[in-house]
Design a protein around this ligand. Structure first.
Ligand SMILES: [Zn+2]
Length: 107
């Protein structure tokens, strides 16, 4: 039984794929692996694109500025540099367009 995911966005260190069996969407970026339902993927994308990097960023000890994103686990937060944030936003937008196109083609 072959199970291949649909690639929604792909670049170095990052991929967004949709599973054929359950429609779940997997975001893989460096050592981060996130799994969403189609609905929660939309919510995550909208939330992330709305964030103002400069308002959410804090300075880390080595002088880098990173923004903090809360997760549903209060012990776990994600942090991204501005470049990483833009990379993810670009991929999420690209993946959202692909999802819309696939929706139109499949319905
Ligand atoms: Zn699946």
């Amino acid at each position: 039984m072959e199970k291949t995911n649909t690639i929604l966005s792909q670049r170095e260190n990052l991929s967004v794929e949709q599973c054929h069996c359950c429609d779940n969407i997997i975001l893989h970026y460096q050592n981060l692996l996130l799994k969403f339902s189609p609905k929660s993927f939309k919510e995550f994308t909208n939330t992330l694109l709305d964030v103002n990097f400069n308002k959410r960023s804090i300075s880390f000890g080595n002088g880098t500025e990173k923004m903090i994103i809360n997760t549903q686990l209060k012990e776990v937060q994600m942090c991204f540099t501005k470049t990483e944030y833009h990379t993810i936003c670009h991929a999420l937008k690209e993946a959202s367009v692909m999802l819309e196109v696939n929706d139109i083609l499949n319905n």
